[in-house]
Every structure is written in C-alpha cells, then in structure tokens.
Design a protein around this ligand. Structure first.
Ligand code: 13P
Length: 256
C-alpha cells in the first residue's frame, strides 16, 4: 500500500550552519514525537545535501532530497549538478517539475522527462510536481493541463519505473500565497490524477503511488487535507522552515 509522506521544500533558504541546525532539530523532534510510519523527506539547497545525508543515514523514516538536477550525468554545464552527483552523497530523492522551475527556468515537460530519466537511472526517486495556474483553473482547463503534464513528462516510463515516482499536486495559485485549495478541491484533483495513472499504468500502480498536496499547507489545515482518501501527505514550503510547524504538520497525519 502507498506510503504517507511529508516532504519539506526549503527552496533557496538557509545558510549552511542554520540549515544543518534546523535539520538536526527536525531529526530529534521526529524521533521524540512521531509515532506513525509516515516518511519525512527534507529537500534543502545543494550545499546542505552532503551534511544532511550523513545525519539522516541512521534514520529509518527521515531522508534527504535535492530540489533539482541536470539531465546529463556529467559534462560542460557550468553551475549545474547531476543526479549521479546527488546520489553519490547518499541522497534518495529529487524534486522535479516544481512550478518555480517551470516558470523561472523555463523547464518544459519534455526537458522534465529527460530529468526524470536521469534521476531514475541514478536511483533517485523523483517527487514530480504538477499543477495549474489561477488562469487555467478559472478557465476550467486544470484537468487538461495536469493530464498533459503527466503525459509529456512521465508516460514514456515503464510501469516498473513509474513505481519509483512520487507525485505532488501543487496548484500554482496556492504556493506561498496563503490561499490553500480546500480539502474537497484538492481531493477532486488527486482522485483525477489517480484515475489517470490507473488508465495508463494499471490499478496496482495507481493504488501504490503517493500523491502529495502542496500549496500553503500549514499546521492548521494539514489534518483536514490529509484525511482525504487520495491525499497521501504534503509537500511543504514556508512551514517546513520552522521545526515546530513542520513537526505539527507531520503529526497531523492521523492515518499513519
Ligand atoms: P508553500 O507551502 O510555501 O506554499 O510552498 C509550497 C511549495 O511550493 C512546496 O514545493
């Protein structure tokens, strides 16, 4: 059965010392307070990955993820970091397709398909983000947009490859805005995504894929969102930078 997952996306925040300190605090708090079997994944900027992966080594339920990777293994790509390099420091996950990467760095579904391939080849599990803008929702094209994102970036995979994918539904209008999708709005899209996955990859793939919700998720709204049948956890931005808030979101998972 699918896993319950809470992932923190630190985005471009935290200098090295503060970040390692925050992660140590999170590890201690998870060990002290969390009883369920939910998986916690923290995705810091690249510079923290090595140090945090060392701290996470002995932890069963806490892992580290990157926020991006380049599609090639190596080469003359000044400033870039590959999936091969990321996995070499003991990291297990990578966020791909975040709307900020799509918007500010022009990442297309076609490019993302290549990044997904590179991540899988290097044993990194992608946390693959999909979601619509406000205009797309207002024009009622959100289902079509999401279907297209799935088709173009993931539908070339074999079912055995798809088993390593975690999905995250992040409506762009809810990211960092304080506007959360209502639990019913999120559930409607999550159920749609699961049905699409079932059509493409079969029932077992659909039942086993974790679909996280992201967008202004906080300790107050988390439990209502996570109580929905097709919402298997959260991808948390702002609230993952405060250990108390992040822990309260992790603990909001009452199906664990
Ligand atoms: P916020 O939780 O800050 O809205 O960010 C969500 C997000 O983009 C996680 O990837």
């Amino acid at each position: 059965m699918r896993k319950n997952i809470i992932a923190g996306n630190w985005k471009m925040n935290m200098d090295y010392t503060t970040g390692i300190g925050l992660f140590s605090e999170i590890v201690n708090m998870v060990n002290d307070e969390v009883m369920g079997d939910q998986q916690v994944i923290v995705c810091p900027p690249y510079i923290h990955l090595n140090g945090m992966a060392q701290l996470a080594k002995s932890q069963n339920n806490i892992s580290v993820g990157a926020q991006n990777c380049h599609q090639a293994d190596k080469g003359a790509y000044t400033g870039e970091i590959s999936a091969e390099m990321i996995q070499s420091v003991g990291v297990k996950y990578v966020i791909l397709g975040h709307s900020e990467r799509r918007q500010y760095f022009n990442e297309s579904n076609t490019l993302l398909a290549e990044k997904v391939n590179s991540a899988l080849k290097n044993n990194l599990k992608p946390i693959f983000c999909i979601g619509e803008t406000l205009d797309q929702r207002n024009s009622n094209s959100h289902f079509e947009i999401i279907k297209n994102q799935l088709q173009e970036a993931l539908y070339h995979l074999l079912e055995t490859e798809f088993q390593n994918i975690i999905l995250a539904y992040e409506p762009v209008w809810a990211i960092g805005t304080g506007l959360t999708a209502t639990p019913d709005q999120a559930q409607e899209v999550h159920a749609f995504i699961r049905k699409e996955i079932e059509e493409k990859f079969g029932q077992s793939a659909a039942e086993n894929v974790s679909i996280l919700y992201g967008g202004s998720c906080n300790p107050t709204n988390a439990s209502e969102l996570f109580a929905k049948a097709d919402i298997d956890g959260g991808l948390i931005g702002g609230a993952s930078l405060k250990s108390r808030d992040f822990l309260d979101i992790i603990k909001a998972f009452n199906r664990g």
